[in-house]
Ligand binder design. Structure first.
Ligand SMILES: Nc1ncnc2c1ncn2[C@@H]1O[C@H](COP(=O)(O)OP(=O)(O)OP(=O)(O)O)[C@@H](O)[C@H]1O
Length: 680
């Protein structure tokens, strides 16, 4: 036998396929780069648009050193797909004849890669997973799904991928999407899906992959209508922002709910009780009444002078026109724009009755006369949404008039500013006020609706915020992701049915994810002790991690507490991966000083970790949705006490306890919250 590598070694053949696929991808990219658009573009606007499209396409065809071109292979059993073999990757690659070398993970032909099982092989003869080390194809693993003699076993490669320590921002999970996750990822565009799942069950990952899937399946439609991912805060959005570009999707917008409703500058904050009333769905009715209260019946007849003739429309007829417009299901502003033409039409009818033959131009001219404008101004005045809310929050009588029978006296009192603001500019608007302004704005002019919206950490939204998100997908669909046990706002939703109704999607499907991919079993068991106390009825997450996790609770003396936290961080830094030091917001400043004094540099949430700086100091209020390889949790009692009530405090603690991937060290000087004691 020769010393050369045997050619029947499957790994050698797979590497050869990888090499030729990369060559094919390079050829595809060169073909796009060589496109000469001079002859095809008639004008410079077209050419700029085309150039950008080409640039994007070139970017999408980049061969990324650390992103393997394919991660799996499917061999179908004939006659399905003619018994063909498909390599599954992040993007489609074809050879010079147009034959696929790699198929997109989103293509229908790839779906059995995620869904096929021994019980339901879906005509798959062989599923092969590939393992890579630093961009090199180094391993593979086979499952002969249709072979009855082969036993079902857990995939080592899949498990290794799940166990891999976390370092920087969130990464995609295309190689290891689980069947129940895949069902949600590939759900049709027309329906709204709501996913309830405990910490680390992959809700965010599923939501992002769903957008990527929908963009693949409905590219043109969604390019026209737009897609949006909504997250709780900026650091969360920074944490997830690289996932979609890594999947070749560069056009998806990201925002917080506050960004969406930024009509006014938010400089104030509400007391919890006030914010609860402002976020209550009944506010929509108060605003609706307040906006429409501006419409009044005309008291005087209209007199239009044209040339030598005068045309009169009696008040009762004007009133009829106004009433008819009011009864139509259109926005206040749209009706206001239609009103001058309606009045002018009434004048025109009179002209015709008098034997004249006026055309459209005459009607337009009448609509623009000062007399018609005066009627419109009097009985259908322009309404500015911010001014309207300003008045509601500053004028007790105006509020009482429109809140009657909707809000009780105490609730109205809570709404009113202690000192009414003078102007929209000087008012100390709160985040909840901005949502009210958005509701009012929508009553006046319809909000633009997108094709698909992903709403993450949805449990924390108020009914009014759900409405604000809902009007941005009235003509589209949504993916709603959340965990009722992680709701930490005073208005957090208690049921998905209620939330979906406020969103305007009561028919949405609610799915549940229960397998935990983040938190090791020992840590999730510890955190789950809190569940019966703050979210009874919700089942604990079942960790699929094999690593039980490094879990330690260190009890220290109060005077050495900060030093003990610093020491725990230093210990954690001896291992690879990212470290998150999570503490009650009030503890952030002293801990930052202690870390600095000890010479340990730290980042803020959302800042990207690097090999040199891996420690992030995270206020408990910003921990939601994030994860770190190792978490040091400072003083659980302070995290609970940092919230206005115990239930919210325990939920905040639950969030903090469930951010760890490989290990959790709890450091405390104060007694631990009693709910963390072993539950009976
Ligand atoms: N199928 C999977 N294969 C590998 N890793 C996965 C899989 N699903 C989820 N993960 C990983 O598990 C971790 C948690 O996922 P994710 O943040 O989406 O969970 P979540 O349910 O949104 O959590 P939280 O409720 O805490 O916000 C991430 O690192 C994610 O990449």
């Amino acid at each position: 036998m020769s010393a050369a590598v045997p050619t029947d070694d499957p790994l050698v053949r797979e590497r050869a396929h990888l090499t030729s696929s990369r060559a094919a991808l390079r050829a595809m990219r060169e073909e796009v780069e060589a496109l000469d658009i001079k002859d095809v573009t008639a004008n410079w606007v077209n050419s700029i648009v085309l150039e950008r499209q080409i640039e994007d396409r070139v970017k999408a065809l980049a061969d990324l050193a650390h992103t393997p071109l394919f991660f799996g292979r499917l061999d179908y059993l004939p006659p399905t797909q003619h018994g063909q073999r498909f390599y599954i990757g992040r993007r489609h690659v074809h050879d010079a004849h147009g034959d696929p070398m790699v198929v997109d993970w989103r293509a229908p032909v790839s779906q059995p890669y995620y869904q096929a099982s021994k019980k339901d092989p879906r005509d798959v003869g062989l599923r092969r997973r590939f393992g890579y080390t630093g961009g090199e194809l180094t391993a593979y693993e086979d499952e002969r799904l249709s072979d009855p003699t082969e036993e079902e076993r857990t995939s080592r490669l899949l498990q290794t991928e799940i166990e891999r320590p976390r370092v920087g921002p969130m990464r995609d999970i295309v190689a290891t999407i689980q069947p129940e996750q895949d069902e949600i990822v590939r759900a049709g565009l027309s329906g709204t899906v709501c996913v309830q799942g405990g910490p680390g069950t992959g809700k965010t990952a599923v939501g992002l992959h769903r957008v990527a899937f929908l963009l693949y399946a409905h590219r043109e439609r969604l390019a026209r209508t737009g897609t949006l991912v909504i997250g709780p805060n900026r650091s969360f959005l920074q944490y997830i922002e690289q996932v979609l570009p890594a999947l070749g999707e560069l056009e998806v917008k990201q925002a917080t709910v506050d960004d969406l409703v930024a009509h006014v500058e938010v400089r104030g904050a509400d007391e919890a009780a006030t914010a609860v009333v402002k976020g209550d769905a009944r506010m929509a009715e108060v605003l609706r009444r307040a906006v429409w209260s501006h419409v009044t019946a005309p008291a005087e007849p209209l007199m239009v002078v044209r040339g030598s003739r005068r045309w009169r429309v009696p008040a009762h007829e004007l009133e009829e026109i106004v009433r008819e417009l009011r009864e139509r299901d259109i926005r206040y502003g749209a009706a206001r724009e239609a009103l001058p033409q309606r009045i002018a039409h009434a004048v025109l009818v009179r002209m015709e009755q008098a034997g004249e033959a006026p055309d459209d131009r005459v009607q337009n001219a009448v609509a623009r006369t000062a007399a018609v404008k005066a009627v419109v101004k009097e009985c259908w005045p322009a309404v500015d949404p911010a001014k309207l809310v300003l008045r509601l929050l500053g004028d007790a009588d105006f509020l009482a008039e429109h809140a009657e029978g909707v809000l009780d006296a105490d609730e109205q009192k809570l709404l009113l500013w202690a000192k009414p603001a003078r102007s929209v500019k000087s008012a100390k608007w709160s985040a909840a006020d901005a949502v009210l302004v958005d509701e009012a704005a929508d009553l006046i002019e319809r909000t633009h609706s997108l094709g698909h919206v992903v709403l993450d950490e949805a449990q924390d939204l108020s009914p009014m915020q759900y409405r604000a998100v809902g009007r941005r997908c009235t003509t589209g669909s949504a993916t709603v992701l959340g965990d009722l046990a992680q709701g930490t706002t005073p208005w957090a939703t208690g049921s998905w049915e209620a939330a979906l109704t406020h969103l305007g999607k009561p028919e949405a499907r609610v799915e549940e994810l229960t397998a935990g991919f983040r938190v090791p079993s020992e840590v999730i068991a510890y955190a789950s002790r809190l569940l019966p106390h703050m979210a009874p009825g919700l089942a604990p997450v079942e960790s699929v991690r094999e690593n039980p996790g490094d879990f330690e609770v260190r009890t220290v003396a109060p005077e050495t507490a900060d030093a003990a936290v610093v020491a725990a961080c230093a210990d954690a830094l001896r291992h690879e991966g990212s470290i998150g030091l999570i503490a009650a917001d009030a503890r952030i400043a002293p801990l930052a000083a202690a870390l600095e004094a000890a010479g340990l540099a730290c980042l803020s949430p959302g800042e990207e970790t690097t090999a040199e700086s891996r420690l992030t100091l995270v206020p408990a209020s910003l921990a939601k949705g994030l994860e770190y390889d190792h978490v040091v949790l400072d003083e659980p009692a302070a995290v609970v006490d940092g919230e206005p009530d115990e239930r919210t405090g325990l939920r905040r603690l639950y969030v903090a306890l469930t951010r760890a991937v490989s290990g959790l060290t709890v450091v405390h000087a104060a007694p631990l919250p009693e709910q963390l004691a072993v539950s009976a």
